[in-house]
Each structure stands twice: as C-alpha cells, then as structure tokens.
Design a protein around this ligand. Sequence first.
Ligand code: ATP
Length: 264
Amino acid sequence: KNFVKNNLIQKSPITWEDIGGLKEVKQLMMETIVISALQKPASIQPWKGILLFGPPGTGKTLLASASAGSLEATFFNVKASSVLSKYYGESSKIISALYDVAREMAPSIVFIDEIDALTTKRSEETSEASRRMLSTLLTELDGFQDKGRDRLILTLAATNTPWDLDEAILSRFSRRIYIPLPDKEATKEIIKINTKGVKLNVNLDEIADKCVERFYSGRDLKNLCQEAIWNMIRDVNKDLHELAKLPYNELRKRKLNVRPLTND
Ligand code: ATP
C-alpha cells in the first residue's frame, strides 16, 4: 500500500481545456464520468471501465488525467508493462494494493496504460506474472461495485493495439472510445496550447495542413512546438555562452529574450 501511495498516485492539474481537439471524445468522457459519479437506482450499473484506444501520443493519458482533475479525484497512473518488468513477482499484489488504496481515497480514477501487456492472446509470450496480474485486475474490476457502490472508482485503460486484447479484458471495458490523430482544427488548437505565452507570427493554416499530411500526433506537435521555441530562444539569446559563466544568483536577475515564432 505504501508503495502504491508513494509511486502510483499523481496530482492531476490537467483540465479539459488543456486538451486540443477531441471535442466529441471530451463530451463523451465528461458524460460518462458524470453518470458514474451521480447517485442512481440499483438497476443502473455503473461502467466498470472505459477503454481508450488509438495511435500513440494522441492524448489518452491527458484525457484520463483531465477526468481525474475534473472530479478532483485521486489519480492512479500505472503502466502495465513497467509494473510487470520492474516488479515481476509482485505485480499482482501491487494491483490489489492499488485498488485497496483507491477505495480508501475515493473518488479515484485508476489509469492503466498499455493494458495490452496483460493480454493472454499472445500466449507463448505471456508470462505467469502477467497472467496473475490480469486475473487480479479482473477480480478487482468485478468486485468493486459490490464493495463500494457509493464511492466512485473508475478504471480507464489505454492501448495502441486493441486487436491484441482478449475477451476477458474487452468484456469488462464495455465503454470503448477511439482517440484519433488530430485533424486540421485540432492540430491548430494543440499548437496554440503548446505555445502558450509565446506570440505566433506564423501561417497556422499552412503549418497545420503540413502536419496533418504527415500524420502528426499530439505528441509530435508538442515536440515540434518545443523545437521551434528552443530554436527561437537560441536565435535571440546569442550570449548564452557568456551567461553560462555567471553564478546562479546573477543569472536569476537576467531576463530571457523572446520574439514571436515565425514560419521558419
Ligand atoms: P501513448 O499511447 O504513447 O501512451 P497517449 O495517447 O497516452 O500516448 P499522451 O501521453 O496523452 O498520449 O500525450 C503525450 C503528450 O502529447 C502530452 O503530454 C501532450 O503534451 C501532447 N498531446 C497529445 N495529445 C494532445 C492533445 N489532444 N492536446 C494537447 N496536447 C496533446
């Protein structure tokens, strides 16, 4: 439990506004979360889990994080593959402890990234540890409704390879949401979000067209923006090497020069 508390809980400062594009997805997630949180008659079963699937870097983790942020819920961020590789024999125990803590600290959003690491379909490769971890996860998903109907514990899972998932997982994640690559409008929004505080003197339409043509994901766009900002900073702060000789206290008094970003 201490391990979970110290390593797997994150504060989530992310809000829905930090996510560019994905208008319908955001709407759908908000509805799902609100319905899960509201009191409802016993006949209406809350979802056990929501599966987010789609290409890498499209905002699945951001969406999970914004869901937690919007509810001020405790956010558990677990990468299935890294729990398996780092804590091989303990991975199933970590999952039980995780749900114990999630119940204690409800409302909770549990995010399991790369859930395909637990699949039993690739049977020759699937280790005993991942099989045990999967079975514990399924038990927890089935059990929590009885143990804590009045407390919200929602599990979100993500995968880039939904076709690898087996029925045992899919049947628990009856709500499945496709997270696509950004279209032109979304690309523009993501560029603006990732250049906040820097003036843009660019032909955004032209840049967005090029990015969409090249199938840029949200992560690619973020990297592009960081690269552009970094180049601009080096360009207008020619004295960085001189400044490097100054002590930290002196540096804190100086201001970084910035200029608007341009097309090049
Ligand atoms: P993976 O499948 O590889 O785990 P993912 O779908 O979970 O990726 P995120 O981790 O949510 O992707 O996104 C990576 C980074 O890319 C984010 O930290 C964010 O900066 C940027 N990003 C991705 N999608 C968006 C978006 N729709 N709006 C704003 N930023 C985005």
